[in-house]
Design a protein around this ligand. Structure first.
Ligand code: SF4
Ligand code: SF4
Length: 333
C-alpha cells in the first residue's frame, strides 16, 4: 500500500467548534472517515496522545521539512497583534508565536487548508474593532491579505484551500482532504472555497422551500414558514450545500428554526444587523437572492403573496401541519 497522506492540524484563535464538527464526520467519526482514504493525522492538539516536548518535536520536524506534511490544517484566526508581533498567541514552550509556527510549516506543506471561516477570512475573532489583529491565512475579510500573501501558493500548486463555515460541515473537510489525497488537486472558487460545496447555495433543498416560493413567512423561530422575510435567513446568498448534505445525516440550521447567517462568506460576522432579524429598507430585505434584481424580487414577492394557498399561509404560522394537502385522484389527460 502506498504511504499515507499525512495531516498536521494546528489550532490558532479558535473556539474549537471546527474540531467538534469534524469529529462527527460521516457515520464513523473523523479519524476513521479519513482512514477510508488513506489519510492519517500526524498530530492534532485535541486528538493526539503526544503533548508537550513530544508534540513540539513533531512541529519542529515539520517546520524544518524533516517529516512530510501533505496537508497543514489550521483551525481559527491567526492573532497577529500586538503591533504585528503575534504575541497575543504564543506556542507554549517555544518562545515563538503561533503565527510564526503556521508560516514556517505552511512553507513546507504540500497543501494548506484553512478549516472554518476564522482560519479562512478572520471570522468571529476579527469582528468589530478586531482588537487582536486577527486574520485569515490568506485573506483578511473579502479583499485583504492574511498572514500569508495573496500570491502564496503551497508546494502542491494550490493557494490556501478555504473550507469555510462556522463551523464547516465535516463532509466538506473530509471530502476536500480525500480529493487532495486521491487526485492531488481541488477545484476552488474565487475565495478559495472548494467548489464541491461552494457551487451550491444553502437555500437549495431547504424543507421550507414551499413557503419561500409563496413568501409565506415565519414570524417566530418555531413557525414552519420561510425565515427570510422576518428572521434573517441569508441562505439564498450563502455558498454551501447545507440543506442537500444534511448535518449528522439529518438536520440543518434552517431545519432547526435557526436562520442561515451566511457563515461561509467573508465578513458574515459584521453583517450590520442582529443575526436573527432581517435588515430591510422600505420593507424590502437588504440581502436579496443572488442573481436576482431588486425589481424582480419585489414583483415576484407581491405575485406570490397574492397567490398563496390557504394551507401554506396557515401552516407558515404554526409549529406543525395544521392544514394537510388535499388528496385528489390522479387526472387523466
Ligand atoms: S428558510 Fe432560508 S433556506 Fe429555507 S426556504 Fe427560506 S430562505 Fe431558503
Ligand atoms: S445554513 Fe448557512 S449558517 Fe448554516 S452552516 Fe450553512 S451557510 Fe452556515
Amino acid at each position: 500500500m502506498s504511504e499515507a497522506f499525512s495531516v498536521l492540524w494546528l489550532q490558532a484563535g479558535s473556539c474549537g467548534g471546527c474540531t467538534m464538527s469534524a469529529l462527527a464526520a460521516d457515520d464513523v467519526g473523523l479519524v476513521a472517515a479519513l482512514d477510508r482514504f488513506g489519510i492519517r493525522l500526524l498530530w492534532h492538539p485535541a486528538l493526539s496522545a503526544q503533548s508537550g516536548p513530544d508534540a513540539l518535536d513533531i512541529l519542529a520536524d515539520a517546520a524544518a521539512g524533516r517529516i512530510a506534511v501533505d496537508a497543514l490544517c489550521v483551525e481559527g484566526a491567526v492573532m497577529t497583534g500586538p503591533n504585528g508581533t503575534g504575541r497575543f498567541q504564543m506556542m507554549a514552550g517555544t518562545g515563538q508565536s503561533t503565527a510564526a509556527w503556521i508560516a514556517a510549516i505552511a512553507a513546507q506543506a504540500r497543501h494548506v487548508v484553512a478549516v472554518g471561516s476564522c482560519a479562512a477570512y478572520g471570522g468571529i475573532p476579527m469582528a468589530g474593532a478586531n482588537p487582536t489583529d486577527a486574520t485569515g491565512l490568506q485573506f483578511l475579510g473579502f479583499d485583504g491579505a492574511g498572514l500569508l500573501p495573496r500570491s502564496f501558493v503551497a508546494r502542491g500548486g494550490l493557494p490556501v484551500i478555504n473550507v469555510a463555515g462556522c463551523a464547516p460541515h465535516p463532509g466538506w473537510l473530509v471530502e476536500t482532504l480525500a480529493e487532495l489525497a486521491l487526485s492531488g488537486t481541488c477545484a476552488l472558487d474565487g475565495l478559495g472555497r472548494p467548489r464541491a460545496f461552494a457551487d451550491h447555495l444553502a437555500h437549495h433543498g431547504c424543507s421550507r422551500n414551499e413557503f419561500y416560493e409563496f413568501k409565506a413567512s415565519a414570524a417566530r423561530a418555531s413557525d414552519r414558514g420561510c425565515l427570510m422575510e422576518n428572521l434573517g435567513c441569508k441562505a439564498t446568498q450563502a455558498p454551501g450545500d447545507c440543506n442537500l448534505r444534511r448535518w449528522n445525516g439529518y438536520g440543518s440550521c434552517t431545519d432547526a428554526g435557526y436562520a442561515c447567517i451566511n457563515c461561509t462568506t467573508p465578513g458574515f460576522q459584521d453583517c450590520g444587523a442582529p443575526f436573527l432579524e432581517t435588515a430591510k429598507i422600505a420593507g424590502i430585505p437588504v440581502g436579496l437572492p443572488v442573481d436576482m434584481p431588486k425589481a424582480w424580487f419585489v414583483a415576484l414577492a407581491a405575485l406570490s403573496k397574492s397567490a398563496t394557498p390557504q394551507r401554506v399561509r396557515t401552516n407558515a404560522h404554526a409549529d406543525h401541519v395544521i392544514v394537510p394537502p388535499i388528496h385528489r385522484p390522479p387526472r387523466s389527460p
